[in-house]
Design a protein. Structure first.
Length: 513
């Protein structure tokens, strides 16, 4: 295993509909975490993809007079385009309809069948097509699935069952002791309560009347249950093609499985039970975030309150969209949003905050440069910064890393904004424009504090808004690309000497709305 490796996954998204901001939220968060760990010098692998089988897809395709494969090709392409537009740096994109993927799923199921963990039986229960999950009466509200507002179908059919009950006790112990970690803590407690009250029961792993799926290798009259199919992507993303195949074994297990709270339970029950059956190590952490509500209501096409990534990108741009979504709520909890809130947040944090600070700082540096013989160059050495300022910067980085390690992305954003306000206030108090006018020698120290602080703020911003960080670096005459090739501990050293070049005006980063 690599000493410093980081494997993060998003769920593979179900292609029954086009991407919405819920998908974008999870994927942007994963991208931010991946970029942060690359900054730290970790070997990073980031996987994403689309889940494309099941009765729901079959029905959706039929409604549009399309073959399931044509339908899934079109929707999967839209997910890939959305990720590209959002500047997502995933290392692979899995599609469950790929032939090579089908073969691996069949190998997995055959192994579990040969082991006796899958057996022929009969299943009777309630099945929610919207969730592609079986439900108990306790899961329902007014006899309906609370997430999809539809009555689950009563299913009674011949099926192959996964002997999940076999792994109840060992999994519960691993969850309770944090060997298999689930966060936030409230979600961990929910899962423990489910294990103790409901318990793991053997679950249907095949459907006899669903054609759009992966046929079981030993009985092709049955297709695999959609979750039994989808979970395998976390292995195949690393090149796993079977039990003796060559793959990126040193990257396993996943450091974070990131997901919405609606699919936490299946990730905390079916998936780890499958891994125990396969004798494969469990993921280190399941992290579940909340949902977005729009003016207190769940997004719905019927209500007409669905917000798409394209809607936000068109209005705010890519980096601002990334920032606004991640700052919208405490990470791990639900958030209530609307376009008016986005406008206010954009103006307050980006137009009047970071964008204004960059414009002020570059302008002040240029005013100072005009009085120097080497026009266009201002040599600012960080060793001119007072020790108290350098200490404050280092303390901020310690807090930055702490909040990232706890996956408190909204707290990281608060810390960045605190730095922006600090420098803005420093400029107001020190009045560098007067020092320049009066040719006061203190101007070198003041500009050092401003520009060096801005350099560190820019580095902190980079995982969230990479294009913006590169623009700021360019305005400072620095190479963001070169900085990102270094390890974070080397980039943030305050004893290094930095030469800022200020020949060009700062671009308007965030035009006010």
């Amino acid at each position: 295993m690599f000493l410093n490796k980081f494997y993060i996954t998003t769920p593979i998204y179900y292609v029954n509909a086009e991407p919405h901001i819920g998908h974008a939220y999870t994927t942007i968060a994963a991208d931010i975490l991946a970029r942060y760990h690359r900054m730290k010098g970790y070997k990073v692998f980031f996987s994403a993809g689309t889940d494309e089988h099941g009765i729901k897809i079959e029905k959706k395709a039929k409604q549009q007079n399309k073959k399931p494969k044509q339908f899934t090709d079109e929707i999967s392409a839209k997910f890939q385009l959305a990720f590209s537009e959002l500047n997502i740096t995933n290392d692979c994109f899995t599609r469950t309809t790929e032939k090579k993927y089908t073969k691996v799923v069949q190998k997995v199921l055959q192994y579990m069948y040969n082991k006796g963990d899958i057996y022929l039986g009969k299943y009777e229960g309630l099945y929610c097509v919207g969730c592609e999950q079986y439900k108990s009466e306790k899961d329902l509200i007014n006899n309906k699935c609370p997430d999809h507002q539809i009555k689950p179908e009563k299913v009674s059919e011949e099926t192959y069952l996964f002997r999940m009950s076999k792994y109840q006790d060992v999994l519960l112990k691993k969850i309770e002791t944090d060997e298999f970690k689930i966060r936030p803590i409230s979600r961990k407690n929910e899962i423990i309560s489910f294990y103790k009250k409901e318990g793991l029961k053997d679950i249907s792993f095949s459907r006899k009347n669903v054609k759009w799926g992966i046929p079981l290798p030993w009985d092709k009259k049955h297709t695999a249950y959609v979750w039994a199919d989808a979970f395998v992507n976390y292995l195949t993303a690393l090149g796993w093609q079977g039990f003796k195949s060559e793959w990126k074994k040193n990257m396993w297990p996943p450091d974070i499985h990131l997901m919405g709270k609606d699919i936490l339970r299946v990730h905390a029950t079916i998936w780890p039970a499958m891994l125990l059956s396969l004798n494969v190590a469990l993921p280190k952490l399941l992290f579940s975030h909340g949902f977005f509500l729009v003016n207190g209501q769940k997004m719905s096409k019927t209500i007409g309150n669905v917000i798409t990534p394209d809607d936000l990108i068109e209005k705010y741009g890519v980096d601002a969209t990334r920032y606004l979504l991640i700052s919208a709520t405490s990470f791990g909890h639900d958030g209530d949003i609307n376009l008016e809130w986005f406008d206010k947040k954009y103006n307050a944090d980006l137009a009047n905050g970071l964008g204004n600070l960059v414009a002020r700082s570059i302008k002040l540096a240029q005013l100072s440069v005009e009085n120097k013989t080497a026009a266009g160059h201002l040599s600012v050495l960080t060793d001119r910064c007072p020790a108290a300022v350098l200490f404050f910067i280092q303390k901020s980085w310690t807090e930055y890393e702490k909040q990232f390690n706890q996956i408190k992305l909204n707290e990281v954003i608060k810390l960045i904004n605190k730095q922006i306000k600090y420098v803005d206030n420093y400029i107001t108090v020190e009045k560098p424009w007067e020092l320049i006018k009066n040719k006061n020698n203190k101007i070198s120290e003041v500009l050092c504090n401003i520009l060096e602080h801005l350099r560190h703020i820019t580095l902190m911003v980079w995982p969230f808004m990479p294009e913006t960080a590169e623009k700021i670096y360019k305005s400072l005459g620095l190479d963001c690309g070169e900085e990102m090739k270094k390890k974070l501990k080397d980039v943030i050293k305050t004893e290094k000497k930095t030469v800022f070049t200020t020949t060009q005006d700062s671009p308007i980063l965030f035009p006010r709305i």
